[in-house]
Design a protein around this ligand. Structure first.
Ligand code: SAM
Length: 291
């Protein structure tokens, strides 16, 4: 390990510093990509200065991203649309469900996908699964086209970057309208909605956009260690049913039925962020930088 240190700016006057060995760097057409090796977290993928995942804790995020919507539904989930998710962790967990017959994954940046397959192959070994259709393209354009041809999914998993750069279109109103059209009558959508600690407007904003088009919107949380605080997931169902209770006894590395139930209990300060949010429709673009 070299003595080189890299910092992620988390918020004003606050950063996480990692001792790193640089394994790969590229300026893709969409973002600035690093793959680092770190002593505590293992390999880490960084896009535009923001840690996307580390090998040491990615299972927490990916299990909670997938098992909560899948097992919170009474009917087995047969189809999934993943938007983003280049590392393959969400895909891995989706394909671990025997009920899944079809997965479409739409990732904008082929270079991120290639870098993850080369430098983090252990995250996903399902790239050749016959149930998968992998599309390189913009997720907003895909759902617009899918909505107009009447294509629908039982589940949509929004595993994109935060509302910066190429992901901004995934936070706009037309995208949510198309998401609702692309869900089956009892379909479910989930989105990683940032850390309320450092992005206090993102979670309530995402809730509002789903409330515009879906009858039931809930929030749950997961402690993804390398992000530094609990992450919010916003989940919405088209039939108005709650996802808060598990319909299975699945036990993962992080996920289990008790964690599923507990994840829906919100701390008072999160509830206040939701109750006090003033929605003017503007995407809460966060400024992040790398130094
Ligand atoms: N775990 C994550 C996090 O912490 O934010 C997400 C990881 S995954 C690597 C995020 C992916 O979203 C990136 O690979 C990025 O290229 C992709 N993405 C961003 N905007 C997109 C868009 N408009 N359509 C499809 N994929 C997009």
């Amino acid at each position: 390990m070299t003595g080189y240190w890299w910092s992620e700016r988390i918020g004003p006057g606050f950063a996480h510093s990692y001792q790193v060995e640089l394994l790969y760097e590229e300026r893709t057409p969409y973002q600035h990509l690093f793959v680092f090796k770190t002593p505590l977290w293992g390999r880490a993928l960084v896009l535009d200065g923001v840690v996307q995942l580390t090998l040491a804790d990615e299972y927490i995020y990916h299990e909670m991203m997938v098992h909560v919507p899948f097992l919170g539904r009474k009917r087995p989930v047969r189809s999934a649309l993943i938007i983003g998710g280049a590392d393959g962790g969400t895909l891995r967990e989706v394909l671990s469900h025997d009920s899944i017959e079809r997965v479409v994954m739409v990732e904008l940046d082929k270079q991120v996908l290639t870098a993850c397959q080369k430098y983090m192959p252990e995250v996903c070994q399902c790239w050749d699964d016959p149930r998968l259709e992998l599309i390189i393209g913009d997720g907003a354009k895909y759902v617009e086209d899918a909505a107009s041809r009447g294509e629908q999914f039982d589940s949509i998993l929004l595993d994109s970057t935060d509302p910066v750069g190429p992901a901004i279109c995934l936070f706009e109103r037309p995208f949510h309208e198309n998401i609702a059209k692309c869900l089956t009558d009892d379909g479910v959508v989930v989105r990683q909605s940032g850390l309320p600690r450092t992005m206090p407007k993102v979670m309530p904003f995402v809730m509002k956009r789903f409330e515009d088009v879906m009858p039931r919107v809930e929030v749950y949380r997961a402690p993804v260690a390398a992000y530094g605080d609990e992450m919010a997931f916003v989940i919405a169902t088209k039939d108005g049913e709650s996802c808060a209770l598990p319909n299975s006894n699945l036990v993962g590395r992080y996920y289990n039925p008790e964690c599923h139930k507990a994840a829906f209990s919100l701390p008072t300060w999160w509830q206040r962020l939701i109750d006090e949010y003033v929605d003017d429709g503007t995407v809460p673009i966060e400024t992040v930088d790398c130094f």
